[in-house]
Design a protein around this ligand. Structure first.
Ligand SMILES: NC(=O)C1=CN([C@@H]2O[C@H](COP(=O)(O)OP(=O)(O)OC[C@H]3O[C@@H](n4cnc5c(N)ncnc54)[C@H](OP(=O)(O)O)[C@@H]3O)[C@@H](O)[C@H]2O)C=CC1
Ligand SMILES: N[C@@H](CC=O)C(=O)O
Length: 431
């Protein structure tokens, strides 16, 4: 039977929760026309009911008691925008067990326990949607599950963390120091409660695990994703990149071929001609390569109140439509690809190396010899004087495609040599 009024329990009233309340209020008419029901936010769970909030709601709607939402039989759908693993996981489990549908923006939880929760949702005949968990306002999950259902995705390269993209853009365009750029990202509500998960790449790794699971139809865990953050990037690295026609991005790369699957997040030099190089500030983009369609790219704000709330609301509309049609509990993804993770010897890329070396005859020849032994060939090299009093030079090298394993073996040889005084940086180059 079609419902005339759908009641929501909102868990969390911070950046995203505030956006959800604003949009439900201002789009009530559109929501009614699309779904045939009014949508009411019945109760809102918060930690501190006395906190000053940018948006006021009637006092009685706020609660600190989760059972006031989870055990209320009038509430049809839970929107979880609180974040973290616990108690969010227990709340979602309880909601599903009670027959409530769930929409969440929680990538930490979905990357770690998504499979278990999706099974529970299916068993309970409930919907569980999580579009906002990847790339904020970019509707990428629906795109890869529905839009690409007739194709075979072999590669996804994503700028999926707004905070780090904001920081890198500020550092490279305006020379703003790292710490100040991070503070700005926090003030806009882009960063996680603990921003080290943004800066150290974990947030992007969680999103890439979700994307790879859906895009490759396999069960990827966050532990399957290699992960490096942007903490050690210097303004000098960015400047050398610029000189070579590269832009630094924190990029998630998911690829599959006949040897298996690789998924990793790391600071990467993207060639300026690649469409991802033009994605700046809090914007995210996911480049998706489908065997049949070829290259595609999806772009938009990756964080922030209203962009993220649009993704939550679009899931909400889907759930309400499913309720009206009596087809809830059927959105579990299909996993039929065997998860074979590639070894480092099977992962190929071009690499950028910045070395401080002894400035004397034969160093370059020795380096070329070590590289040849690892089957690494050079695409570009240039040298600059470094500390002339110590007779040092700075060498910038870009390799042709080489395996990650051979680069790691080369780096360990360089570390042992007296000719190489310091390995300043080593980045993947994409594009
Ligand atoms: N911010 C963004 O741009 C994006 C965020 N997300 C995800 O959305 C979720 C929410 O993020 P965001 O809105 O930024 O987070 P905030 O920190 O701004 O808000 C969290 C909200 O949850 C409430 N809360 C936290 N812990 C508890 C608890 N134990 N019991 C009851 N209430 C609690 C807080 O209450 P109180 O207000 O009283 O402190 C607050 O209202 C996270 O999973 C995040 O990763 C996804 C995409 C983008
Ligand atoms: N902290 C995240 C928020 C959205 O997922 C980001 O910066 O992208």
């Amino acid at each position: 039977m079609r419902k005339k009024d759908v009641k929501i329990g909102l868990i969390g009233f911070g950046t995203v929760g505030t956006g959800v309340v604003r949009l439900v209020k201002s789009y009530q008419d559109d929501l009614l026309k699309q779904t045939g029901t009014t949508i009411q936010i019945e109760r809102i769970l918060v930690k501190d009911p006395l906190k000053n909030r940018p948006l006021s709601v009637e006092g009685k709607r706020l609660t600190t008691d989760p059972t006031a939402i989870l055990d209320d039989p009038n509430i049809d759908i839970i929107i979880e925008v609180m974040g973290g693993i616990e108690p969010a996981k227990s709340y979602i489990q309880r909601a599903l067990e009670k027959g409530k549908h769930v929409v969440t923006a929680n990538k930490d939880l979905m990357a770690l326990h998504g499979d278990e929760l999706l099974h529970l949702a299916e068993a309970s005949g409930c919907d569980l949607y999580y579009e906002a968990s990847v790339a904020g306002g970019v509707p990428i999950l629906k795109t890869i599950t529905d839009g690409f259902s007739s194709d075979r995705i072999t590669k996804m390269i994503g700028i999926v963390n707004g905070t780090t993209n904001y920081i890198l853009t500020k550092m490279s365009r305006e020379n703003v120091p790292f710490e100040r750029a991070l503070e700005e990202a926090q003030s806009f509500g882009y960063a996680e409660q603990d921003p080290s998960s943004d800066v150290d790449g974990l947030d992007a790794a969680r999103k890439m695990a979700i994307l790879a699971s859906l895009g490759f139809h396999t069960g990827m865990n966050v532990d399957d994703v290699t992960c490096k953050g942007i903490r050690n990037i210097t303004v000098d690295d960015l400047a050398y990149g610029k000189q070579l026609g590269y832009t630094m991005k924190l990029v998630g790369i998911a690829k599959r071929d006949e040897r298996g699957i690789e998924v990793g997040v790391e600071p990467t030099f993207v060639k300026d001609t690649h469409p991802l190089a033009a994605v700046n500030g809090v914007y995210n983009a996911i480049y998706v390569y489908g065997e049949a369609v070829g290259e595609t790219m999806f772009y938009g704000p990756g964080a922030g109140e209203l962009p993220t709330a649009t993704a939550v609301l679009s899931d909400l509309v889907t759930v309400v439509k499913n309720i009206q049609l009596g087809i809830t509990g059927k959105n579990k993804s299909h996993t039929y690809t065997e998860k074979i993770l590639k070894e480092d010897g099977d992962i190929y890329a071009n690499f950028f190396l910045r070395l401080i070396v002894q400035d004397k005859c034969g160093v370059l020849a020795k380096l070329a010899d070590w590289m040849a032994k690892e089957e690494i060939s050079l695409e570009k090299v240039f040298q600059k004087p470094y500390a002339t009093d110590k007779n040092e030079a700075e060498l910038i090298l870009v390799t042709h495609s080489a395996s990650k394993k051979s680069i790691e073996q080369l780096l360990s040889k360089l570390k042992q040599s007296d000719l190489i005084h310091e390995i300043k940086s080593c980045f993947r180059v994409e594009g």
